[in-house]
Design a protein around this ligand. Structure first.
Ligand code: HEM
Length: 525
């Protein structure tokens, strides 16, 4: 499961399901044909009147169609790029109105900070989707929990699992996964992208559940992917009940209720199965230390079912949210090194000076590797893995800069635009780690992990993973272009997918050992 993709589905208002291998049985597909036009008419007319009479300056945006509003303007792919275009036409706030849902697209650091940080008490909720959250039970998953007591409780659990000082306890796990990555890359360099992906999933699952290391096609990885597909389908399947919540009171035999029960059971099974295994191990006294085993011993079984559910859901969020984002960032790192050989060489020189060739780098080396740190900050700026933050919602109407933002507006913040702000970054499209020269401290000097109380709770562990992977790879391998039949280097065009997690499209490259005998550094993996 990817909770980033999963939660990102909150932003998809498309009425056509995007997950094609699952049965297409939304209410749109399974209801007598006369009901849908009738209901749509009711919604549209209600929303038309709801949208009238708002006060304040009009927030600019594409022209809306009568009644339907901006339904056809919704950017289902490449949202970051689309928001860049709108910014040039409409300025830093663009408004769409889709079937009565108000959506604001924000592209300015000042505005996003003003709303998400200074007015965070109002702007930190998530949009409420009846089908996925209420009927399928996904509201308990952290990226979708509303900003309240459960949110704070889950953040507390996350802090216990993900804070930098806790991470240091996980160093041996990271080193082991890192050596497995190097050995797999050495033996099978063509599959480096899959090895990077395996690393992230395996590390997350081991940290959360204490499972043994995973292989590339491990059923656990496949299970996580199944949950992602299912969750995306629940979120983006075009469920009419999301637009007309009164439909949830229809009898339980109607198709969308049946489907919701199926999803709820599946999601519950996927959250509970590994949890149950850990529980057995804890009772048998054989459980290795993990987020789940440590937390399980902290609550009184039977008396705090709600706490148990929160911990279970937190565990699922940690392993689900980390895998595809981390894999996207490490693949972008490989692309950046391929395209910028001089940056790669400089980072390798730094590693050779600090670490030498008798051992692998470790986390303790990080303060002595400022150039490598800057390279990775620049990777996350140049190719933000999550180009648009998970949608926020305001729980109250707010007046801002002469505009009236109605209650329950969906707010989309473009991290892509923040990372390309020409007033902050000279030549923003250029990959230039030196732009961060002089930055002190460990914290990322930009907003790739979001802004305000809903900023990514996995930021530290994500950066630690990326740092270790990059340091290991650069210490042992040279990343260089493939050659065509005429011997000419193939320099790939930079292309990224348009999904909510921004993955570089597959590109050719060669991983060569930097010196003979490098494998002795990871042969015990
Ligand atoms: C390079 C990797 C990653 C990037 C770029 C990233 C970025 C983000 C962003 C932009 C958000 C949305 C913030 C918002 O809504 O305002 C987010 C949320 C989240 N991230 Fe990450 N993330 C990464 C890795 C991870 C990892 C490794 C974990 C878990 C260990 C994680 C767990 C989460 C969770 C649970 C949320 C939801 C937070 C909430 O709703 O309050 N992420 N992330």
């Amino acid at each position: 499961m990817s909770l980033h993709s999963l939660a990102a589905g909150l932003s998809n208002l498309s009425v056509s399901p995007s997950v094609t291998h699952l049965p297409q049985a939304t209410i749109l597909h399974a209801t007598p044909s006369y009901i849908i036009p009738a209901l749509l008419t009711i919604i549209i007319v209600c929303n038309f009147y709801k949208g009238r009479g708002k006060q304040g300056k009009r927030i600019p945006g594409p022209r809306a169609l009568p009644l339907l509003g901006n339904l056809l303007d919704w950017p289902s792919h490449h949202q970051g790029e689309r928001m860049e275009v709108w910014q040039k036409v409409y300025g830093p706030i663009t408004r769409l109105s889709i079937l009565g849902k108000n959506v604001l697209f924000l592209t300015s650091t000042n505005i996003i900070s003003e709303l998400f940080v200074k007015r965070s008490a109002v702007f930190s909720d998530r949009p409420q989707l009846v089908f996925s959250q209420e009927l399928c039970g996904m509201d308990v998953l952290h990226p979708m929990t509303q900003y309240g007591a459960d949110f704070r409780e889950q953040r507390k659990f996350m802090k216990e699992a993900l804070a930098p000082e806790v991470q240091r306890r996980h160093e041996s796990l990271l080193n082991e996964e890192g050596r497995r990555l190097l050995r797999a890359t050495y033996e099978d360099p063509e599959d480096t992208a899959r090895h990077l992906r395996r690393f992230s999933t395996s590390f997350s699952l081991r940290m959360v559940y204490g499972l043994p290391a995973l292989e590339v096609d491990d059923p656990q990885v496949l299970l996580a992917e199944e949950m992602m597909a299912l969750s995306e389908y629940a979120l983006t399947g075009g469920w009419l009940v999301d637009f007309l919540p009164i439909l949830k009171h229809l009898p339980s035999w109607v198709p969308f209720h049946r489907r919701a029960r199926y999803f709820r059971a599946k999601i519950n099974e996927m959250m509970s199965k590994p949890w149950g295994e850990v529980k057995e191990q804890v009772h048998a006294g054989t459980a290795p230390d993990s987020f789940c085993s440590i937390n399980m011993q902290k609550f009184d079984d039977g008396k705090s079912k709600h706490t148990e559910t929160l911990i279970k859901a937190t565990a699922a969020a940690i392993y689900g949210a980390g895998a595809d984002t981390s894999a996207a960032s490490s693949y972008s790192f490989v692309l950046a090194m391929l395209l910028h050989p001089s940056v790669q060489s400089r980072a390798q020189d730094e590693l050779d000076d600090v670490v030498g060739r008798d051992r692998l780098p470790c986390l303790a080396d990080r303060p002595k590797l400022p150039y490598l740190t800057r390279v990775l900050w620049e990777v996350l700026r140049w190719a933000p893995p999550v180009p648009v933050a998970i949608p926020h919602r305001n729980r109250e109407a707010v007046e801002f800069d002469g505009y009236m933002i109605p209650k329950d507006t969906m707010l989309m913040a473009s991290i892509f635009s923040l990372s390309r702000d020409p007033e902050v970054y000279a030549s923003p499209e250029t990959f230039n780690p030196d732009r961060f020269e002089g930055e002190r401290g460990e914290r990322l000097p930009h907003h790739a992990f979001g802004v305000g109380p809903r900023r990514c709770p996995g930021a530290d562990v994500a950066f630690t993973q990326l740092f270790l992977q990059a340091a290991y790879i650069l210490a042992c391998f040279r990343i260089s272009p493939q050659r065509d039949v005429a011997g000419k280097e193939i320099i790939p065009e930079v292309k990224f997918g348009g999904g909510m997690v921004r993955n570089a499209e597959e590109f050719p490259f060669v991983m060569q050992a930097r010196w003979d005998g490098v494998e002795r550094l990871f042969s015990d993996a």
